[in-house]
Design a protein around this ligand. Structure first.
Ligand code: 6GU
Length: 268
């Protein structure tokens, strides 16, 4: 997969792209990422990328010309042979909410172009006539699309064949199955009087799988009950959830051992 990223701040990407899974994916040539400074596609003396909003109001708006020119050049070089149009994705709080399903969808393409919005916005004609998709990573405001682009790239790249290697698999990850992940333990077997659940030491793989599945469901019910509506549950599992709900096991705040509480549903 090749990913082109248009941004006013290419230097922001150095950290995340030069560490861990993403770095290895680049080193192994499973992906390539090109950062393009939008400023390099301006032609005036001052390299102007933004301007005042027509109609007035505070804040500057990203101009259309440099972004059109950059994307059209990349598209021409791409020679897209796929039947689907090449995704040109604007990162903006107005976009569709990013999720594991969208990460999977994007991972099916061989080329992505990401445009990081900045300042108060982008000229509407970029939305109307250039981008094929708009993505947001959540209902909060970031200073620009850069951090969102890094999030999207990370979530997509780790789904590509071979990127995680054989030691790790994305299938048990939180959200991969529509459920949160089950609790994990490693050595030591007892740490400060706190023991690893006995079932995990039993060597009984069927029993371990049942325990993990049940823990994943219970945890999802407590922390993100709305996820259960879309999760693939067996009839028996769905029935046991109804029982848990009746018993009130899903109600109230999620509390950790240090008295930090949060509502079990994050409503703004
Ligand atoms: Cl994609 N951009 C900005 N500026 N803020 C955001 C976002 C994107 N997603 C959530 N907040």
């Amino acid at each position: 997969m090749h990913i082109d990223i248009l941004t006013l701040f290419p230097e922001m990407f150095g950290g995340p792209f030069n560490a861990s899974i993403l770095k290895r994916a680049v080193d192994q040539k499973r992906i390539s990422i090109s950062l393009h400074n939008i400023r390099d596609y301006t032609h005036d003396r001052h390299h102007t990328v933004d301007d005042y909003a027509y109609g007035g109001g505070a804040g500057m708006v990203l101009k259309p010309e440099p972004i059109f020119e950059a994307v059209e050049k990349l598209k021409a070089e791409s020679g897209n042979k796929e039947s689907r149009p090449l995704p040109v994705i604007l990162l903006t709080p107005q976009g569709r909410l990013f999720c594991q399903r969208i990460a999977r969808e994007l991972s099916q393409h061989s080329h992505l172009i990401l445009i990081c919005g900045h300042y108060e916005g982008v000229d509407e004609r970029i939305r109307q006539y250039l981008v094929t998709d708009e993505v947001s990573i959540g209902d909060y405001v970031l200073s620009g699309g850069e951090l969102a682009a890094m999030v999207v790239v990370d979530a997509v790249v780790r789904l590509l064949p071979g990127v995680l290697g054989s030691e790790a698999s994305p299938v048990d990850d939180s959200h991969a199955s529509g459920l949160l992940e089950y609790p994990q333990y490693t050595r030591p077997e007892v740490y400060r009087e706190w023991s690893v659940p006995e079932v995990l030491l039993s060597g009984n793989h069927a029993r371990i799988a049942r325990w993990r599945r049940q823990q994943a469901i219970q945890r999802t019910l407590q922390r993100r009950p709305e996820l259960l509506d879309k999760a693939n549950l067996s009839l028996k599992e769905a029935g046991s959830i109804d029982k848990l709900k009746e018993s009130g096991a899903n109600r109230g705040d999620v509390v950790n051992g240090y008295g930090i509480t949060s509502r079990s549903q994050n409503k703004p």
